[in-house]
Design a protein around this ligand. Structure first.
Ligand code: HEM
Length: 187
């Protein structure tokens, strides 16, 4: 990135630093919250846990469905570069448009039975990792991390038991858990 040229010129150092900051920050809260929210979901639904443990659904599709279900990156924002009509609404150049990811990921026009967690959902065109030119650059890493964590948590020798109530965070950027007390019980 430090040697990447835009219009024949090197990126200013501020832009390089901002981009690097974006990569670091983009991967911290998001993965942490998806990991905790996904585990919280599975702990509450032993039937789903069992399906995963018995290999009835693939970890890849389960990770995607848990990404859709948890939708921790609550919104993305764009500034319109031209006047356009979208979904019956007139958007003017310069208007700010927010996509509420949680809501889009439960859109009944896009998903069958959106209020159900279907670990083998297919197709699953969720927006949890964005879409288009700014699609999450860390998506493969995030999926690998989540898959490794859930696989380890599904170890048959250990059961995860909640030991108290969860505490949700207060943020319109990344939705998640500030506290999720559990203990590991050997089977
Ligand atoms: C479960 C974990 C993650 C979630 C839910 C998530 C979510 C998202 C979303 C929704 C976007 C699109 C933002 C937009 O369109 O404005 C995005 C972009 C981005 N993500 Fe992630 N992300 C995750 C993990 C990561 C990781 C692990 C990294 C870095 C290692 C990362 C770095 C980035 C960066 C740099 C962008 C901006 C890409 C661009 O503008 O071209 N993310 N992410």
């Amino acid at each position: 990135m430090a040697t990447y040229k835009v219009g024949g010129r090197l990126l200013p150092v501020e832009d390089v630093v901002l981009n690097l900051d974006n990569i670091v920050v983009g991967g911290v809260q998001t993965v942490r919250h998806t990991a905790a929210m996904g585990l919280y979901t599975l702990v509450q639904r032993p039937d789903l846990w069992r399906k995963l443990q018995q290999g009835e659904v693939s970890m890849d599709s389960a990770v995607d469905e848990l990404l859709r279900w948890t939708s921790v990156g609550l919104h993305t924002l764009r500034t319109a570069t031209r006047d356009i009509e979208l979904g019956g609404r007139r958007i003017r150049r310069g208007d700010r448009v927010a996509v509420w990811v949680w809501s889009a990921n439960r859109d009944p026009e896009a998903f069958e039975r959106p209020e159900e967690i279907l670990l083998d959902r297919s197709p699953n065109k969720h927006l949890a990792l964005g879409l288009g030119a700014h699609y999450c650059i860390g998506a493969p890493l995030a999926k690998a991390e989540l898959s490794a964590l859930y696989t380890a948590a599904l170890e048959k020798t250990v059961r995860i038991e909640p030991t108290g109530p969860v505490e949700h965070n207060h943020s319109i950027i990344n939705f998640g858990l500030d506290r999720f007390p559990v203990r590991l019980v050997s089977r």
